[in-house]
Design a protein around this ligand. Structure first.
Ligand code: AMP
Length: 419
């Protein structure tokens, strides 16, 4: 076979027809759960202004400093969105969504782009679903966001997850904590990884994220942010835990979890799955009370999550969870001869207009291959049409699952299939 001339870019993946059913099913679950929680969908462009992402996500993050697909055209700086919280926040500010009143409870589903080194569970184009509550500082909003995320995993059947939570503080707590971290790491800095040495000056919190082996002994005993929270932040965090307890959502506290995005304040959380291997994060999120002001809006508290859809699919595979609704074709018309094909072309639209999904053979295959095709298409029924049937005015309607068949007029068939 000739080698194909073109292929996808590295880290970009086609979702082929055989796989698309599980994506549709997952999207359906997300939409249904979001509706139960009273969230509305928002769709933002794939391309955003580079400056929005740089400011929103943070200049020092890996996403902005290393992983952006960015280009210029004329005077405009475009970036393929690497995440959707900053775009949703932009849309909130740009369209004055606060004027709709109340909190804005929004969700999204779509592709995101990060120029990471691809591996299992890490792609350059991947998909996230996520949700945001904009306009509420109350811990109840944090918990509603977490509950929505967990309810989606529940619906899918991924039970074996761990919810890790932390408070990353407000700017005041963070300032005190950063100083404490620097004082703690400074004496051993020369023994630590290059990347941690770099982070030391720019954002010492990110050292806690380090996966480098030589850093681990120092990270183990590092000061805890929870010891540096202001009274108000500590109280907020306490309320979040209390509400999670009330809802019987189990969690583990992880005082070293800081997450890769700069905009988080107070609550931060992550859901991990032991079924995922090295890339074990299913999703995560947190509060971002400063983001909206940072990108030019009024100071507005907000909280949200983002979750990877490919990772969820991998977890399903590991757990043998079938995400597919049995997609069935209602009718396949099997034809023998030219007259029968003409009949089928004329009657297909009638079946479809009655709300049935219907198909036929277009390329003159034998009856045997048409029956095989009908099987492959998961057809509930076949209508078998040949010269004999045409002259009788009665056609064989075969129930493929029950392997039963009988002869009926077309009107009778239509009635039987639609009643
Ligand atoms: P983040 O926006 O970095 O908080 O990521 C949220 C979730 O998106 C992660 O927990 C992953 O499940 C997923 N995710 C992030 N980056 C990638 C990627 N490059 N490939 C696949 N999934 C990703």
């Amino acid at each position: 076979m000739a080698q194909p001339t073109f292929s996808t870019h590295v880290g970009m993946v086609d979702i082929l027809p055989d796989e698309v059913g599980k994506w549709q099913k997952l999207e359906q679950i997300i939409r249904e759960e979001a509706k139960k929680f009273n969230f509305e969908e928002i769709r933002t462009p794939i391309l955003e202004q580079t400056e929005l992402i740089a400011r929103g996500v943070g200049q020092l993050t890996d996403i902005v400093s290393k992983e952006m697909f960015a280009f210029e055209r004329g005077d405009d700086h475009y970036v393929l969105r690497p995440e959707c919280t900053a775009p949703v926040a932009r849309a909130f500010v740009e369209h004055h969504l606060d004027q709709r009143g109340g909190t804005q409870n929004l969700y999204y589903i779509g592709p995101m782009f990060r120029a990471e080194k691809p591996q299992k569970g890490r792609q350059r184009q991947f998909h996230q679903f996520g949700a945001e509550i904009i306009g509420a500082a109350d811990p109840a909003a944090d918990v509603d966001i977490i509950a929505l995320m967990m309810s989606i995993y529940d619906r899918v059947g991924i039970a074996n997850t761990t919810l890790k939570i932390n408070s990353v503080g407000d700017p005041e707590s963070r300032k005190a904590y950063k100083k404490a971290l620097k004082d703690y790491f400074r004496p051993n800095l020369s023994k630590m990884s290059e990347i941690s040495q770099e982070r030391f000056e720019k954002n010492p919190l990110r050292i806690l994220d380090s996966k480098e082996e030589e850093d681990q002994p120092f990270i183990e005993d590092a000061p805890l942010i929870t010891d540096y929270l202001t009274e108000e932040t500590a109280e907020h965090y306490g309320r979040v835990k209390e509400l999670l307890d009330n809802l019987e959502i189990s969690y583990e506290e992880d005082p070293y979890m800081v997450r890769g995005l700069d905009y988080y304040t107070r609550t931060a959380f992550e859901v991990i799955s032991p079924d995922l291997g090295a890339q074990d994060a299913l999703g995560g999120g947190g509060r971002y009370d400063l983001l909206i002001e940072e990108i030019g809006g009024q100071s507005t508290p907000a909280v949200g999550f983002a979750a990877g859809m490919e990772r969820l699919m991998i977890a399903c595979e590991e757990l043998n969870i079938e995400l597919v609704d049995e997609e069935m074709l209602d009718v396949y018309i099997v034809t023998l001869g030219e007259k029968a094909r003409k009949w089928a072309v004329k009657h297909l639209p009638k079946l479809r207009k009655s709300g049935l999904s219907a198909s036929m053979d277009y390329i003159g295959r034998s009856i045997k291959s048409q029956m095989k095709d009908a099987d492959r298409e998961n057809a509930r029924h076949t209508i078998i049409v040949g010269d004999h049937e045409l002259s009788e005015g009665k056609f064989t309607l075969r129930n493929m699952k029950a392997s039963e068949e009988d002869a009926y007029t077309f009107d009778e068939i239509l009635r039987r299939l639609t009643e």
